[in-house]
Design a protein around this ligand. Structure first.
Ligand SMILES: Cc1ncc(COP(=O)(O)O)c(C=O)c1O
Length: 394
């Protein structure tokens, strides 16, 4: 029996429905009707975790020293592996005691950071479209959100000049993410320099999400916020092992950067969770220590998929520029269809699952995100099904 007096807190009711949960329902219905789904909806890598990482986990599982509560701040070895990786990768030196904190996946940390730092009514700058935790975390913290609408004519890079001075002066935090989910956009190093100047001028905490640090192609190297002089005085950067190492189910991420910001997040988390199972931290350490040849294999896989899907879409009239990073293509909907209408039509007529851009905020309207999480033959088949169902761009 439903009890009328059992009602969630206002902060939960302020949240728009989570589109991925709704998509899951629709997918279940479609499967029940016998449709062979090609699911390109979520950013869930389809590859296996590298064998050395699995082996390290198995060995660590056998060690009873790993079976108790892990240390709140993460194991010293994993924190050391994080800062060594940072130095190797970006030539940035960080203190493993205080400037690096392991997370139960970066989504958890991104959302908890908002709860640790945002008071009800504080103003938070969030691009639209953006990864949902960047606005849902602040919404849970009862923030006021100023959406920075990203535009194709600006290559989906934030136009800092479009943010009115009085808004910037009132803002407490800016969330941003390049290489970007969902648009697959990248931002030049100049942008990172400008954003640090902007944040200093307006006294804004920077939260950069470098989820796709290693899924970069054709020689492109994404910038870390912490490479920019002064960034560590006012910002943090989130990373995940989910994408690069096919470890989405393991729930391992980390945040690095400003010691004080990390301390606040750590204090909150000390009251909420016990951190990552120590055996998985040992395995995660081995992932960060894998040779670059592993990265080349992963990158090559996404390059092949990107190229075959762009070519197949091209035959149906979609002209999609070559992406330099991420595991997504950002595809404009045929004229006259909203993102949700288009994604639903495609799902119902073809069994291909795409994510409507509007799931990432109003700025994503008119686009769908396609995840490169299937082999080329399945990706080509997805486009053949669109063709047969007469779904074309023009
Ligand atoms: C930009 C961005 N940040 C964070 C995440 C979440 O990663 P994790 O698995 O570490 O929680 C994702 C996942 O798709 C993402 O796209």
């Amino acid at each position: 029996m439903t009890q009328a007096w059992i009602s969630p807190a206002d902060r939960l009711r302020a949240l728009p429905p989570y589109v991925f949960a709704r998509l899951d329902e629709l997918k279940a219905n479609a499967r029940a009707e016998g449709l062979d789904l090609i699911d390109l909806g979520m950013g869930n890598p389809d590859g296996a975790t590298p064998q050395p990482v699995v082996d390290a986990a198995i060995a660590a599982l056998q060690d009873p020293a790993n079976h108790g509560y892990p240390p709140f701040e993460g194991t010293a070895n994993f924190r050391q592996a994080i800062t060594s990786w940072y130095e190797r990768r970006y030539s940035v030196k960080l203190d493993p005691d205080g400037e690096a904190l392991p997370l139960l996946g970066s989504k958890e940390g991104l959302a908890h950071l908002a709860i640790a730092y945002i008071n009800p009514g504080d103003l938070v700058l969030v691009p639209s479209p953006s990864y949902p935790a960047h606005f849902r975390g602040p919404l849970i913290a009862s923030a006021n959100i100023h959406q920075i609408i990203l535009k194709p004519e600006q290559d989906w890079v934030i136009d800092l000049g479009s943010i009115p001075d009085d808004v910037a002066d009132r803002a407490k935090v800016l969330y941003f993410n390049y290489p970007n989910n969902p648009t697959a956009a990248t931002a030049p190093r100049d942008f990172f320099e400008d954003v640090v100047k902007f944040a200093l001028k307006h006294e804004i905490m920077l939260v950069h999400d470098l989820c796709y640090a290693e899924l970069a192609f054709d020689g492109y190297q994404p910038t870390s916020l912490l490479e920019i002089p002064g960034a560590k005085d006012l910002g943090v950067e989130f990373h995940t092992l989910s994408k690069t190492y096919n470890m989405a189910g393991w729930r391992v991420g980390f945040v690095v950067g400003n010691r004080d910001i990390i301390q606040g997040l750590r204090t909150l988390k000390t009251n909420m969770d016990y951190g990552i199972f120590a055996a998985l931290q040992t395995a995660a350490q081995s992932a960060l220590e894998l040779p670059d040849s592993y990265l080349e294999i992963v990158q090559q896989r996404y390059i092949e998929r990107r190229d075959c899907l762009i070519e197949a879409f091209g035959k149906l009239g979609w002209s999609i520029p070559k992406t330099k990073a991420t595991m997504y293509l950002w595809v404009p909907c045929p004229p006259g269809l909203s993102a949700t209408e288009f994604a639903l039509t495609v799902l119902q007529k073809t069994g291909v699952v795409l994510t409507p851009g509007s799931a990432f905020g109003a700025g994503g309207e008119g686009y769908v995100r396609v995840s490169l999480i299937a082999e080329c033959d399945r990706l080509r088949e997805a486009v053949t099904r669109l063709d047969k169902a007469d779904i074309r761009y023009a």
